[in-house]
Design a protein around this ligand. Sequence first.
Ligand SMILES: C[S@@+](CC[C@H](N)C(=O)[O-])C[C@H]1O[C@@H](n2cnc3c(N)ncnc32)[C@H](O)[C@@H]1O
Length: 271
Amino acid sequence: MKNSLPINSITNEDCLTFIPRLPDNSIDIIITDPPYAISKGKKLSMKNVGKLSGFGGDWDIINEEWDLFSFEDYCILIEKVLTESYRVLKPTGTVFVCGTYHNIGIINYFALQANFNIINEIIWYKRNAFPNLTQKCLTASHENILWISKSNSWNYNYKSIKKAKYPFDNLKKENKQLRSVWDIPNNKEKDELAYREVFSDSSYWVKSQKPLRLIDRCLEITAKPGDIVADWFVGSGTTLISALNHSLPFIGCEANPKFVEVIKWRLNQRR
Ligand SMILES: C[S@@+](CC[C@H](N)C(=O)[O-])C[C@H]1O[C@@H](n2cnc3c(N)ncnc32)[C@H](O)[C@@H]1O
């Protein structure tokens, strides 16, 4: 027996047990940012790099317990999450899955296997990306977001998006179609990081926190009034905050109880 949707709440649980309890065909938009499986289980060093002049950023290295997977276990996670996402999505719904070049191929493969239609791969161009410390390869300056649908009939807010002007995005001009490369700086507003003052223990900080304006744009291109937005890997709460700011009902799941405290605090600040 499937439960009804826990609207406007965050559940502290493994999403592999949470999603299966949700009813079929019940969610309009899923925006989710699973582990990337890129942590190596050891500390990265800035030794020998010296001072990086011109890079004023405040970067966090992703080296988290929750990101450690064998290749096989990671494939199992992504396969289950995408298969269940397909089941709970309404026929007109769409899903945005965040990734990088390390894992987006796996996401793409299991999305096709779950019967999703690939609408676009969005390249999030990060002009202030973390500099390359190894000096052995290119400086990775983008992440990927796969936008997928359950059928050929999904909502795209074409007119409003074409009209939109994003002052920080050098690739989007007013009254021009939105391209699949989004120029969105990875800076967070003061407000988005305010929780770090309240939860000063850094184990409460989500190192892979997405900027709100990235998730805002995902919602702005596809959301209609009343659409239900879900995220299975909520982290610091970016998707839920964006849904709240757009007056959309949401449901969220996050396995780490510390992050759930952060999410509840951030949501309460806005309610
Ligand atoms: C990449 S982070 C998400 C960051 C988020 N988009 C943000 O802006 O803060 C992935 C999150 O998934 C959580 N997580 C990992 N495995 C999980 C699972 N099986 N079920 C639910 N949450 C999980 C981690 O604790 C982490 O917070």
